[in-house]
Design a binder for this molecule. Structure first.
Ligand code: ZN
Length: 198
């Protein structure tokens, strides 16, 4: 029987996305055997994340500063906002280096099944940003899933009253495709060929 300490760490790891109890326990044992090479590194990295990383109040990005480096970057086009579901999507798009504007992270997608309502996402603060003015275009970069597209349509409707262009990623995206799994070429193509929400 495993010690209480190992159970506690396994339990914490098992709550991570994609890790079940079995793989969590395997990871703990793997780490214990590699104290110097892996465990210390992990502990240090976690401490840095806990101490230094914060969520940006403006866009929802995760960074060492609030507002984040993207929000404060004056070389970026402040007149365009790209709306994504998760921070991982923001990073995926930014790696592709084609979008030069700012971002807005929703913190998920609308889902009747999981009980996610508009007020559970940062749609309100997106509307506030647009209402402040100075925005020409909002790019809806939701995943090509049913829920992602439902979310995009909902936001497009809420944005209808503003004198801005609302576009979405081209449907070169594979159906069911999640942004952060796509290669950069596919993402870049979808962004380049973005079209008005119709
Ligand atoms: Zn930000």
């Amino acid at each position: 029987m495993a010690s209480q300490e190992i159970e506690a760490l396994s339990g914490a790891l098992a709550r991570l996305p994609g890790l079940g109890p079995r793989s969590a326990r395997r990871a703990v044992l793997w780490l214990i055997k590699r104290r110097e090479t892996a465990l210390d590194q992990l502990v240090d990295a976690l401490a840095v994340v806990r101490e230094r990383l914060v969520e940006c109040d403006t866009c929802g990005n995760v960074d060492t500063a609030n507002p984040c480096g993207i929000c404060t970057d004056t070389r970026r086009d402040a007149r365009a906002i790209c709306v994504v579901e998760e921070v991982a999507d923001l990073w995926a798009l930014d790696r592709a280096r084609l979008f030069t504007g700012k971002y807005h992270v929703l913190g998920g997608r609308l889902s009747a099944l999981e009980g996610v309502r508009p007020e559970d996402l940062t749609i309100g603060s997106l509307l506030d940003r647009v209402a402040k003015g100075g925005i020409d275009e909002v790019v809806l970069a939701m995943n090509a899933t049913l829920e992602g597209q439902t979310t995009a349509h909902y936001i497009a409707e809420r944005l209808e009253t503003f004198p801005i262009r609302v576009t979405q990623l081209a449907h070169g995206l594979p159906v069911g495709g999640e942004l952060d799994y796509l290669d950069e070429g596919t993402l870049a193509q979808a962004l380049r060929a973005r079209r008005p929400v119709g």
